[in-house]
Design a binder for this molecule. Structure first.
Ligand SMILES: Nc1ncnc2c1ncn2[C@@H]1O[C@H](COP(=O)(O)OP(=O)(O)OP(=O)(O)O)[C@@H](O)[C@H]1O
Ligand SMILES: [Mg+2]
Length: 257
């Protein structure tokens, strides 16, 4: 089963105007069910735009976007995916528990189902003891974990993440990477993950998609085969080889641009 398929996708912002931007051109990308795919590339190359197209937050100028075998719009209405962006985007006046319940409320889930699911997700991200706290009472990393719990609350088959760990310290970040992989493996979730960090992309991904700017396009897709990740992975020769390969691919885009 294919989780996401983009065929011949292009995006032009403000077409025909002086401030026209060709953000993406000729993007073909397939994400198989259960796969973890990272997008990496220089600032402004269209990573967030690509994610927004999949989420149906902006329409493509050309090409087709299919999510879970449906047009992107239908997939959005059916809540086929969860989204976590760089800013946790929590509601400060809602408890942690009620933030995680929000997508379930939108789905009109019963109160008991909402509670149960939110507790399950908070336990999964290690925040079961903080359900009654409010977001401002949590650290940045904890808030990010709440946002991830919220994104996972409806058990979406697909997770879209835009630099979700960008603001975190290295140790928290590595721990959350492991948590995320564990959650994805346990729930069978497919993921598209935007990052600026080469080691993060290599560690997390089955495939790293390298993009170049102006106009944004996919220049390389690098398969990563590190087996199941653990502490030793980050020191392994294969991990460093993957990093070198992605770095080379990114350098290539610089020269081309
Ligand atoms: N709503 C918009 N209106 C006009 N132009 C936009 C809009 N959103 C993005 N762009 C333009 O599209 C291009 C790609 O932007 P995008 O945010 O997708 O880049 P990015 O790869 O996510 O960059 P970064 O790594 O800095 O987050 C940029 O040139 C940006 O100015
Ligand atoms: Mg971005």
């Amino acid at each position: 089963m294919t989780a996401v398929e983009l065929v011949g996708v292009g995006k032009v912002f403000n077409p025909g105007r002086a401030d026209q931007v060709v953000a993406l051109t000729g993007v073909d990308l397939t994400v198989e069910s259960g796969q973890f795919v990272s997008l990496i590339g220089p600032s402004g190359c269209g990573k967030s735009t690509l994610l927004r197209l999949v989420a149906d937050l902006v329409p493509p100028s050309e090409g087709t976007v299919t999510v879970a075998g449906k047009p992107a719009r239908k997939a959005r209405l059916d809540q086929e995916y969860g989204i976590a962006f760089q800013q946790a985007g929590l509601f400060d006046w809602r408890t942690v528990q009620r933030n995680v319940e929000l997508p379930l409320e939108l789905r009109r889930a019963s109160r008991s189902e909402r509670r149960e699911r939110a507790r399950e997700m908070l336990d999964l991200v290690g925040l079961g003891d903080f359900a009654r706290h409010y977001p401002p009472q949590l650290s940045g990393g904890m808030q990010q974990r709440v946002a991830i719990a919220r994104a996972l609350a409806v058990h979406p088959p697909l997770l879209l993440m835009d630099e979700p760990f960008g603001a975190l310290d290295e140790m928290t970040r590595e721990r959350l990477q492991d948590e995320l992989l564990r959650i994805c493996a346990r729930t069978g979730t497919s993921t598209i993950f935007v990052t600026h960090s080469i080691p993060e992309a290599v560690y997390l991904s089955d495939r790293v998609v390298v993009m170049s700017p102006r106009p944004g396009r996919i220049t390389d897709v690098i398969d990563i085969d590190l087996g199941s990740r653990n502490e030793a992975t980050r020191q392994s020769a294969d991990f460093f080889a993957g990093i070198t390969e992605v770095r080379r691919a990114l350098r290539g885009t610089e020269v081309a641009a």
